[in-house]
Structures are given as structure tokens and as C-alpha cells.
Write a protein that binds this ligand. Sequence first.
Ligand SMILES: [Zn+2]
Length: 409
Amino acid sequence: MRTAFRCRAYPTPEQAAVLSRTFGCVRLVWNKTLAERQARYRTGGGATAYRETDAALTGWKKTDELGFLGEVSSVPLQQVLRHQHVAFNNFFAGRARRPRFKSRRGRQSAHYTRSAFRMRDGKLWLAKTSAPLELVWSWPAVDLNTVNPTTVIVSREPDGRWYVTLAADVAEPASAPETCREVGIDLGITTFATTSAGQEIANPRYLERRARRLARYQRYMSRCRPGSRNREKARKKVAAAHRKVRNARRDFLHRVSTNLVRDHDLAAIEDLAVKNMVRNRSLARAISDVAWREFRAMLEYKSARAGRTLAVVDRWYPSSKTCSSCGHVLAQLALSTRSWTCQICRARHDRDVNAAKNILAAGRAVTRSPISSEACGADVRRRGRPSSRSAVKRETRIVRCGASSTARC
Ligand SMILES: [Zn+2]
């Protein structure tokens, strides 16, 4: 299993200088390649192959004005070309946004593959530096000496903190013990999540408080004159506030997702397709957008690690409007209606709990029924090619975990 360990790093002033120069070159290569790609595309030259960008980089290193590119490790520069190539493939396949230019004010990073770093006795040596990079190891259960990374990513956040991410292959963890429990999860804005068992997980108050503080700092920064010392001070405060919001949110999401995965064999959630949702300027909505995306990613990898199943239900499935007792579908249900009574079976429903129950039922249908599991298997083999979709497949998408591939039906 591939995993990543991200830890704080404390480079010496000399190492920081080398790394900062590397970041600058990485950014330059990304931006210059991107500009040339776009210019070529605009003039009808078509797509650019990775090989061509690599040849261009070699050419730049030989010129006088870009000769300094040869002074830093060549590996991060080649890696950034690969990343841009992948980014464009994802963009053309409709999976991602168009790659954008990188700013020197954003997060900076450099990717080192095996030929550009050495790991010995738990010490990390990067190319073009003369001493091992000091890092803080925070996994007492994992011996750093046994970690054999295939890639090392060095990064500097906008608030000035340095991090090292070690991507490594580790032994497959044992599956978590069976619980014989299943859960459907309905995500919301006022309540973060409601489960099919009726449990409400509230949005933590501190999250909104921190987000408000961040918004205040951002307003203050925008009023400072560009280039002034006050603006620089404000920028640091904004970056630190961003970090605090992010950390508080992650901490909350980690706790919720860990508990859900640990206590249930199957979890079903709705695919909210965040990017397609109507944009809303409210703060609560903005917080939810990011949180839902991260929450789903956490559920995915934690389910895979514990050998659990995560079912992702299509977002067009009318989970709120369907009666979970008899299956009757309401013609209309206003957003303000928090509870309702089914006209057919007279069952009384809490809006969110009912939705969670329906999400669980939809998730169950696809993971259990032999026909759809077969369809699932077929879909794994046919992945990437458009295929006719059955009614079941249209309703429910499942991420089958435990297997090596992610199936989308
Ligand atoms: Zn009913």
C-alpha cells in the first residue's frame, strides 16, 4: 500500500537558500512551459507532448539568461514537467480545471525522486545540499529507519513553515474486525452530518469563529497598500489564519471519519459533486464545500485501509423526497420543511434522517445485489470507455474498497 508521511522540516539557512532557489526554478519552468503551451494551442499548433517540453528545458539551460536552471537539481524540474503533462491530460479528460500559473506567494514545492535524495539511518539527504535535512518524526509506531520513500516532496507554506512528505510503500494493514453495522450519511450545512441511525454531528462552532477571523484579516490586508510593510505583516497573519482554519477543520473531519469507518462495515454517502453546486457566497456554504470534499477523501482512504466498503450514491437520487418506509416519492419538498408525514404509509420522517436512510438503502442495493456486483466487476475492466449504463448503475456509484482499483458504476 502506498502512503505518505508529512512532517515539519527545519532547514538550515544554507539549505533554505538552496531550496528557495529550487522552488523558484520549478515555478519558472512550470509557468514558462504553460505559457508556451497556451501560445501554441492558441495559434492552432495543437497539444504539446511531454518529450517536447523536456527538450525545451534542456535548451533553456544552455542559454545565458536561463543558465541558472542548471545550478539546481534537475530532478524537481523534470518532475514539474511531468506534473503539468498529467494536469493537462486530466483537464482534457474533463476531470480537472485548466492548469494555472503558479505564484511566488502561494505554496511552493519541489518533488525529488530516488536519484535526487538519499535516506540513510533515518536521515534525509537532498541533492545539492551538504547536510541532512532536520525533520520532526511524529509517528511513534513507525520506525523512520525502516521507511523507504520512493518520492520526497519538500514544501514551504505561505506562512513560512517547511514540510517534507515521504511517499513510501508500506505493508498492507490488517482489516478491521467486522461490526455487522451499516450507516447512511446525509451531509448538510447547518448540521454537518446526520446518520441513518438518527445521530446528528454538529458543525463545530470554533470552525466558523476561525473562518470569521480569517475573513477579517483578509479584509484588513486588502486595505493595505501593495508592497508596504503593513501589507506584508497582514499577509503573514492571513496565512497563519488559513493554517489554523485548515488544521481545525481537518482535526474535526479526521475524528468523524475515523469513528464512522471503525464502527461500520459499510458507509454510504451522497456524491455531492461539489464543483457543480450552485455558488453561494455565504460563509457556512464556503466552509461546507471544502469540508465535504475532504471528508469524502478521508472516508475513501480510511475505508480502503480498514477493508470497509464505501458506497457513493448518485447526487440525482431523490434521497430527501423518498419515504424510507414505503418508497413513495414526494412531488415536492421545500428546503425549510424539517419533518414530514408520508401520505401513503403515515410514517413520520425527520428530513435528514430519512435522507440518510435512503442513502444507506441505495448504497446497500449496489453492494449486495449479485447483478450489480457483476456489473461493477465488468465496469472495472471497461474503465475509461463509455458504456451503456443500466438503471441501477445510473442511480448509484460505488467506490469498492479493499480491491486495488476504484470502481465507478
Ligand atoms: Zn411512506
